[in-house]
Design a protein around this ligand. Structure first.
Ligand code: 6PG
Length: 476
């Protein structure tokens, strides 16, 4: 008998099954295209206590009760199809777990539908790519809490560990786990975009090649920026193409693809009214990159700056870009955490942001030294309004902001696009302003649409008959 099943044997499913088996759990494996089950057994069957299943009936017969089934199938309709395929064979109390990148509202819907059938559902984020799945991912489970207790020993054991702590914790009810994974991915998009902007800026402002940049990123990885993404950036930039001998990155087409999680994070932030500018700029930057044909035409038509200002000193620009990257990254994370707090309030999830920062320290794509600082901040004080206000981050930005501003100046002068750097700085400058020009926005709205405004010196709402007699009238 097996304690758990993995259904869906693409890379993530296979590696999670192997991870579970390596940790001593008996694992049943099943895939609707059953040849994959046989292939898996041939390739990895000897690694652990695997039991192959060729039908859902076989599968349920092999599992201890309550049955625990981890579905690792593509997000979207395949999850519903897999549920429909398995659920008729399950009994009350059995547990289905969706470990893909599902949209959180789909998870809410599936949880309710399964609950109505007496089944229990967990929607969990799993981050770390292929290697993480095999050696220890970061796991963000949400949904039925009692059901989670039944899989907690397995999920915590197979997750990454940092300082002895598992990178897995119960996130919250309903779609909370997938929501948090969605924000993780949004931050991943922002992180990647910021790295790409740093690469672009140094390439064009200093005429550096990929290998020079690889060394710079590798150096940066020794300081505050130390992270998985900075480390692999250095590796990607160092790689030479076997066919042409050129840096591989130089022969890769510059059109970024996306599967939707970053877009969902932005859409949800728009619904919540939380400005996640770095994530959203990163999504738009991918969209703009995909308009290759339009860009090719525009490149021949539109005119850039003349000259581009005084050439910056290479060493100081490199240092400045590192500072700009760090400051922008702080803003991106502060925004992502604000989004999670707002979603938690909206949905009554009681998200523990400190615990989320803690399980992102290892295993996941955005793992970084920096997450220790966020974890410490939440451990030191509750009720953090915005990470930018935490003394450590406040001081980090205070000491890097001049460099951040210089970098954006260089980019603007030279016509190098840095949407995530500059929108993060604009957010910082707007957030720290007590008075913004929204007073004029309100005045204009009131002028053309009688939308009313509030005054700084009196309670209530008012309308001015701007184009008529100029009188101000209180509005009820
Ligand atoms: C992870 C990643 C992963 C995600 C990819 C691709 O945490 O392991 O977030 O889940 O699917 O990064 O995302 P895009 O194709 O949208 O870039």
């Amino acid at each position: 008998m097996s304690v758990i099943a993995v259904v869906g044997l693409a890379t993530m499913g296979m590696n999670l099954a192997r991870n579970l088996a390596r940790n001593g759990f008996g694992v049943s494996i099943y895939n609707r295209t059953t040849s994959r089950v046989d292939d898996f057994m041939k390739q990895y069957g000897a690694e652990g206590a695997f039991t192959p299943a060729h039908t859902p009936q076989d599968l349920v017969a092999q599992l201890d009760k309550p049955r625990r089934i981890l579905m690792m199938v593509k997000a979207g309709p395949p999850v519903d199809e897999t549920i429909d395929h398995l659920a008729p064979h399950l009994e009350a109390g059995d547990i289905l777990i969706d470990g893909g990148n599902s949209y959180f509202l789909d998870t809410v819907r599936r949880g309710k539908a399964l609950e109505a059938r007496g089944l229990r559902f967990i929607g969990t984020g799993v981050s770390g790519g292929e290697e993480g799945a095999l050696l220890g991912p970061s796991i963000m489970p949400g949904g039925d809490r009692d059901a989670y207790q039944q899989v907690e020993p397995m999920l915590t054991m197979i997750s990454a560990h940092v300082d002895g702590d598992p990178c897995c914790t119960y996130i919250g009810p309903g779609g909370a786990g997938h929501y948090v994974k969605m924000v993780h991915n949004g931050i991943e998009y922002a992180d990647i975009q910021l790295i790409a902007e740093a690469y672009d800026l140094l390439t064009h402002a200093l005429n550096l090649g990929a290998e020079d940049l690889s060394r710079i990123f590798s150096e940066w990885n020794k300081g505050d920026l130390e992270s998985y993404l900075i480390q692999i950036t250095s590796e990607v930039l160092a790689k030479r193409d076997r066919a042409t001998g050129r840096p591989l990155v130089d022969v890769i087409v510059d059109e970024a693809e996306q599967k939707g999680t970053g877009k969902w994070a932005s859409q949800s932030a728009l619904d919540l009214g939380i400005p996640v500018t770095a994530i959203t700029e990163a999504v738009f930057a991918r969209s703009l990159s995909a308009l290759k044909a339009d860009r090719q035409l525009a490149a021949r038509t539109l005119i850039g700056p003349n000259g581009g200002g005084k050439a910056p000193a290479p060493a100081s620009l490199v240092d400045d870009v590192r500072s700009a990257l760090y400051a922008s990254k702080i803003v991106a994370y502060a925004q992502g955490f604000e989004e999670m707090q707002a979603a938690s309030n909206e949905n009554g999830w009681d998200l523990q942001l400190g615990a989320i920062a803690r399980i992102w320290r290892g295993g996941c794509i955005i793992r970084a030294r920096f997450l220790n600082r966020i974890t410490d901040a939440y451990a030191a004080e509750g009720g953090i309004k915005n990470l930018l206000l935490v003394p450590y981050f406040r001081d980090a930005i205070a000491s890097t902001q001049d460099a951040w501003r210089r970098v954006i100046g260089v980019a603007v002068e030279r016509g190098i696009p840095v949407p995530a750097f500059s929108s993060s700085l604009a957010y910082y400058d707007a957030y720290r302003r007590e008075r913004l020009p929204a007073n004029l926005v309100q005045g204009l709205r009131d002028y053309f649409g009688a939308h009313t405004y509030r005054r700084i010196d009196r309670a209530g709402s008012f309308h001015t008959r701007w184009a008529q007699d100029g009188e101000e009238v209180p509005v009820r």
